[in-house]
Each structure stands twice: as structure tokens, then as C-alpha cells.
Ligand binder design. Structure first.
Ligand SMILES: Cc1cc2nc3c(=O)[nH]c(=O)nc-3n(C[C@H](O)[C@H](O)[C@H](O)COP(=O)(O)OP(=O)(O)OC[C@H]3O[C@@H](n4cnc5c(N)ncnc54)[C@H](O)[C@@H]3O)c2cc1C
Length: 401
């Protein structure tokens, strides 16, 4: 080019890191952490042993306004985005708590906000925002339809002004601690040519449905209130149909990117908890006259998990920024979920190994968090299906389903 350029006079050593977290999010974390500090490890340990729902913790989060951030301010919510919501869930898990008992409202809020009628929003959102009513249950999975959602057989049949719902769901969380449930049912038989058609979403008021919705609690690996749910000719007013009849699958999958970003946030939080505990213990614990962390066999798995976690966090934040800007974010959201889950799982294993026998002792909380973070490799969507999305939708390879 022959053109001589003047050397830059910008001092890059003080230029702002474009990837650093904005101060208002750091402040938000500090406030969420303050709520979590009221519920020490012993609180979670006790509830885990007894498989009891963390009612007081969820009430404190609700009172602080931390669960309504995705609800627009006109309905009394926080009016924030997925970036902030993911940071809240991350901070909860990072403090040793578990966002699981309260995250569903954030996961599914998008479906209600995007497809709910004005009347539905005015009727339900202010109560959800204030904490008066809870929307914490989401009924999709069935005994014969897990990953393959379009195979569900729960039916909703229209009779005048009501739909009559009948079917069986499994692994439906928080039903007994929720007032409302978003439910996916078939309103038309499965069409082999277009299996995603004929599904519809309903907002079920569980308070008015108790004799028609029977729950059988299931004891899971972690303290997660999960049920087999039998729905027996439940009449639901047609006005509780969310969105367009027959297009429920599209309405649900529209919320999947948000869900994946939020899960990534929770896993980054779990991963940070494991890495902090493991590196502290590795520094303090002395065996053969030296801290175990000076052995590379102990130190490197922790360092490696940290490196993976930081990269997962970056793509999680990018996915969230794209989501909040209204940009397509399917690849980023899926990769963030995959990477954060794997990084958290690697951190969990490194932490158990570092703690040795203490890693298996409930008194150290590591085994509890280990069980909790394991879930995210399988539910609400398995990492296999995430890889299938990346292989098929991003890289154009043949699909397996
Ligand atoms: C604690 C807990 C809470 C839950 N809460 C809820 C809830 O509130 N609401 C709800 O609706 N559901 C809930 N679920 C269900 C959860 O969403 C499902 O378990 C999950 O979607 C997987 O479905 P499945 O268990 O039927 O597995 P399946 O679909 O039977 O899959 C089994 C295995 O096969 C693999 N697999 C299947 N197909 C493919 C393929 N094409 N390529 C590669 N691998 C494949 C999967 O990855 C998985 O590892 C919960 C589950 C758990 C464990």
C-alpha cells in the first residue's frame, strides 16, 4: 500500500475490556447473593435430606422481585432481559443454592408474553409479578414422549366454550407448589407428514383443577419436586388457550433459546461454586506434608474446568446479548447450554476428586451440588439433542430424528 500509518496513541492497557460485565449486573449479583446468604448450606442440606421444597427461599426471592424480572414493568415486573435473568440464576447457583425450584417461570415466560392475549396478560401477569400466584409448572413430557415432543398423546378436545383435557404426563416439576401450569396437548391427531402441527398450549389454573389433576410424587436423584400427573377430563375454558390452536409446538420452541441461555447461566453458577470450593480445599488440605493442590493431578482438572467454564460464560453472554437485541441466537444459545453443562460437570467431578472421601460426605455439600448439576446433561433437554441441533441445523448434516 505504501502508506505509513502513525502508531496508535491509544493506551490499550487502560481501554475497557469489551467482554467485562457491566457494573449494574455486578450490583444485581451482589443483591441476589445477599438473599442467598440468608439460606446457608445447612438449610439446603436439611431440605435435601428430607426432600422438602425450599418454600422460604422461593418466598424470599419472590419478595425481592428476583423472579419477575422478565415480566414487563406495565404488569408490575422488572422489565429486564435474558441477560439479567441468566445472571440472577447463575448467582443463585454460585452461592450454593439451587435455582431449580424457581426457574420455570423464567423459562416459560416468553410463551405467555409473546402469544398470550391482552386479557390473559392482564389477568395473570400482575399476580405472578407480585408473587401472589405462581407459574412454576410446565407440562410437556409423557411416559412415551420425552425428547420426541410431537409424540405426546395427551388430548384437548373442544366442546363449545371449553377444552376437555385427558392424558398422562411424567417428570412434571413443582406442580404442587404452583398455581398455574403451562401444558402442551394435542388438539388434532398426529399427522405423519407434519407431526409438529395439531399441538396447543394451555394455561391451566391448578387451583380450580385439583380433583381432575392427580399427582404422584417421584423421588428423584436430587431434591426436585417432580410428579407423574394424570389429567382426567379436566375442563379448561377456551379463553385459556395460549396462542393459536394447533400451533403450540411453534409457540413452545420459540421459548427454547431463552431456556437454554438460562440453563447455561445456572451451570456457570454451579461450575463457579465447584471451582471455588475445590481450589480452596486443594490449597488448605495437606497430605504427605504439602497442599494437595500442589500436585498437578489435583490442580490441572480444576484449572481445566475453569478454562472451559470461562469460555462457556462468554458464549452464554453473547447468546443473551443477541437474544435481548432481537437477533437470531439459536446456534449461540444451544452451544452455550452444551458448553456450560459440560464445563459444570467437569468442575463437579474435579471437585469430588479433590475432596476425596469428603466429596461423598453430605456434610461437605459437594455431593449434593454434584447431583443437582448432573440433571442439566439430560433435562430439560439432553445434550445429545443439543449436539443434534448443532450437527443438523448449524452444520447441515443429516438429522437423526
Ligand atoms: C428432575 C427432572 C425434572 C423434570 N421436569 C420436567 C418438567 O417440569 N416438565 C416437563 O415437561 N419435563 C420435565 N422433565 C423431563 C425432561 O424434560 C426429559 O427427561 C427430557 O426431555 C428427556 O426425555 P426422556 O427422559 O424421555 O428421554 P428420552 O427421550 O427417552 O431419551 C433417552 C436418551 O436417549 C437419547 N436420545 C434420544 N433420541 C436421540 C437422538 N435422536 N440422538 C441422540 N440421542 C438421543 C437422549 O439424549 C437421552 O439420553 C424433567 C426431568 C427430570 C429428570
Amino acid at each position: 500500500m505504501g502508506e505509513t500509518r502513525e502508531r496508535s496513541v491509544i493506551d490499550r492497557s487502560v481501554a475497557e475490556d469489551p467482554f467485562s460485565e457491566p457494573p449494574y449486573i455486578t450490583e444485581l449479583r451482589r443483591k441476589v447473593a445477599a438473599v442467598c446468604h440468608q439460606f446457608p448450606d445447612s438449610y439446603w442440606r436439611d431440605l435435601d435430606a428430607r426432600r422438602v421444597y425450599p418454600e422460604a427461599f422461593v418466598a424470599a426471592l419472590t419478595a425481592g422481585g428476583w423472579l419477575n424480572v422478565l415480566i414487563p414493568t406495565e404488569y408490575g415486573g422488572g422489565g429486564l432481559g435474558i441477560t439479567e435473568a441468566a445472571a440472577i440464576l447463575e448467582e443463585i447457583n454460585r452461592q450454593g443454592a439451587n435455582a431449580g425450584p424457581a426457574h420455570a417461570q423464567m423459562y416459560i415466560m416468553g410463551t405467555l408474553l409473546r402469544y398470550g392475549t391482552k386479557e390473559q396478560k392482564e389477568r395473570y401477569l400482575p399476580g405472578i409479578a407480585s408473587g401472589e400466584i405462581r407459574l412454576q409448572a410446565f407440562g410437556v413430557t409423557e411416559p412415551d414422549a420425552g425428547s420426541d415432543t410431537t409424540s405426546i398423546t395427551t388430548t384437548a378436545t373442544r366442546h363449545g366454550d371449553v377444552f376437555v383435557i385427558r392424558g398422562r404426563k411424567i417428570y412434571i416439576s413443582r406442580v404442587q407448589h404452583s398455581d398455574l401450569m403451562l401444558l402442551l396437548a394435542r388438539t388434532a391427531p398426529r399427522d405423519g407428514q407434519k407431526p409438529t402441527a395439531g399441538l396447543s398450549v394451555f394455561l391451566i389454573d391448578l387451583r380450580a383443577a385439583s380433583d381432575r389433576v392427580r399427582c404422584r410424587p417421584l423421588r428423584m436423584m436430587m431434591n426436585n419436586e417432580t410428579n407423574e400427573v394424570e389429567i382426567d377430563d379436566l375442563e379448561v375454558p377456551a379463553e385459556n388457550l395460549v396462542g393459536i390452536e394447533g400451533e403450540g409446538f411453534r409457540h413452545i420452541i420459540d421459548g427454547w433459546n431463552a431456556e437454554r441461555i438460562l440453563i447455561a447461566g445456572e451451570c456457570v453458577g454451579d461450575g463457579r461454586w465447584f471451582i471455588e470450593r475445590a481450589s480452596r480445599y486443594a490449597t488448605d488440605r495437606v497430605v504427605f506434608g504439602r497442599p494437595i493442590g500442589s500436585n498437578q493431578g489435583v490442580q490441572f482438572p480444576i484449572a481445566s474446568a475453569h478454562a472451559h467454564l470461562e469460555s462457556a460464560d462468554l458464549i452464554r453472554r453473547r447468546a443473551a446479548a443477541r437474544f435481548d437485541a432481537g437477533l437470531p441466537c439459536g446456534p449461540e444459545a444451544n452451544m452455550a447450554k452444551y458448553l456450560a453443562v459440560e464445563a459444570s460437570w467437569a468442575a463437579a467431578n474435579a471437585c469430588v476428586d479433590t475432596f476425596g472421601g469428603h466429596g461423598f460426605n453430605a456434610e461437605h455439600d459437594v455431593e449434593r451440588k454434584f447431583r443437582e448439576t448432573r440433571l442439566y446433561r439430560v433435562a430439560p433437554i439432553s445434550n445429545n439433542l443439543i449436539l443434534a441441533y448443532i450437527g443438523h441445523r448449524v452444520l447441515g448434516m443429516p438429522r437423526s430424528y
